[in-house]
Design a protein around this ligand. Structure first.
Ligand code: NAD
Ligand code: GLY
Length: 364
């Protein structure tokens, strides 16, 4: 039986299903998509692996789609662009899809963010369903309705909030995920422990080897707890007016790394992982976090094979990139910092020297 959670958003509430075999015909929840036109948006890597399985499951549903079309986008963060969203929209228009259609995102966070944004824009908003196939997407990006694309001027600068109708996380798909992508996903899992659940961080430390070895019960537990935390935060702050910003721990530093290196060499999760250590260092240099906790974060990141510094990026270039981050308010860069393991907070009020020290310790 799949595990089921709910993102509670009144009449826009939706289920998150987590489990093995969910893309099998009998397991796909029949009412998630239903008898309408469906566009599966995927990419050149995930499409050949899972599109046929998803299509067969949809066709076997009691309320099978009227038509199923596939839109296969190029793979990679550099392709998370308006042009590719326009490609999806062009296909929907070419097939005369009406407002009752459903866009199904089959892939990692890049596909999910673009497919969701296309769904948000097409005819001012049509339904979409997330079928995440990376660990990162299963624990984070498929949940919560943030959709969008990068701009040459910055990451995720263009987008919309548009909640999916369902998230269907088939953990079997993680079997083909490259090790490096698995580790990048673990960064976001660690993030949840750091921001609000110290006992979950303890659990991750004791299960790190099993997670890296893709032990199915351990992965399912990590995905479930991560989604529980994210669903609760999104339910109380859908539009990031408050607590949701905590989910950006490591992202101000991490987005700077991604932007300066051109969205190519660093994976998003890797940048977030290193960024969380940078935020921990800054918290410690501001006198808020014990140094021992910084070392604990560093040790866990190393243990799961994530980077802890970005020496190929200049500190000044990183600072410039941070200044155009979405989290800048009234010209002041805001950071998510740590008071202790399991307690994060957002602030624009920090000693400038703490930021300078963190930059010096982790950048060139
Ligand atoms: P990704 O989508 O690029 O996927 C990583 C790689 O794995 C890709 O090459 C992909 O083709 C491949 N892949 C996917 N599933 C696979 C599978 N099962 N087997 C083999 N290969 C597979 O990257 P990601 O880490 O999933 O997502 C990162 C993106 O998510 C970033 O753009 C980030 O900004 C975004 N994001 C969004 C949110 C949100 O709330 N919307 C949250 C976090 C991250
Ligand atoms: N990944 C950050 C958020 O969903 O708010």
């Amino acid at each position: 039986m799949p595990q089921q959670l709910t993102v509670a958003l009144a009449d826009r509430s939706y289920p998150i299903l987590i489990g093995s075999g969910l893309l099998a015909p009998a397991a796909l929840p029949g009412d998630a998509i239903g008898a309408r036109d469906v566009a599966i948006v995927t990419n050149t890597i995930v499409g050949p692996l899972y599109c046929a399985r998803l299509r067969a499951a949809l066709e076997a549903a009691s309320a099978a789609p009227r038509r199923i079309i596939e839109v296969v986008l190029p793979d990679g963060e550099v392709h998370k662009t308006l042009d590719n969203v326009a490609r999806v929209l062009d296909v929907l228009v070419a097939h005369r899809f009406s407002r009752d259609c459903c866009v199904v995102a089959l892939g990692g966070g890049v596909v999910g963010d673009m497919a969701g944004f296309a769904a948000a824009c097409y005819q001012r908003g049509v339904d979409f369903v997330q079928v995440p196939t990376t660990l990162l997407a299963q624990v984070d990006s498929s949940v919560g309705g943030k959709t969008g694309v990068n701009h040459p001027g910055g990451k995720n600068l263009i987008g919309a909030f548009h909640q999916p109708r369902a998230v269907i996380a088939d953990t079997d798909t993680l079997g083909t995920l490259p090790d490096r992508e698995l580790r990048a996903g673990l960064a976001e899992v660690i993030k949840y422990g750091l921001i609000c659940d110290a006992s979950f961080l303890d659990w991750i430390e004791t299960h790190a080897d099993r997670l890296l070895a893709r032990d199915a019960p351990s992965l399912a537990q990590a995905i479930r707890r991560s989604c529980e935390i994210k669903a609760a935060i999104v339910a109380r702050d859908e539009r990031e007016q408050g607590d949701r910003a905590l989910l950006n721990l490591g992202h101000t530093f991490g987005h700077a790394v991604e932007a300066v290196t051109g969205y190519g060499s660093w994976l998003h999760g890797e940048a977030v992982g290193a960024g969380m250590l940078m935020a921990a260092t800054m918290s410690a240099r501001a006198g808020m976090l014990p140094s021992a906790d910084v070392e604990r974060v560093r040790a866990l990141l190393r243990r799961v094979g994530l980077p802890t510094e970005a020496r190929e990026v200049g500190a000044e270039a990183a600072l410039q990139a941070m200044r155009i981050d979405k989290k800048v308010k009234a010209g002041q860069i805001r950071f998510v910092l740590l008071r202790r393991i399991g307690e994060a907070f957002v602030t624009a009020d920090y000693p400038p020297d703490a930021l300078q020290q963190a930059l010096r310790e982790h950048f060139a």
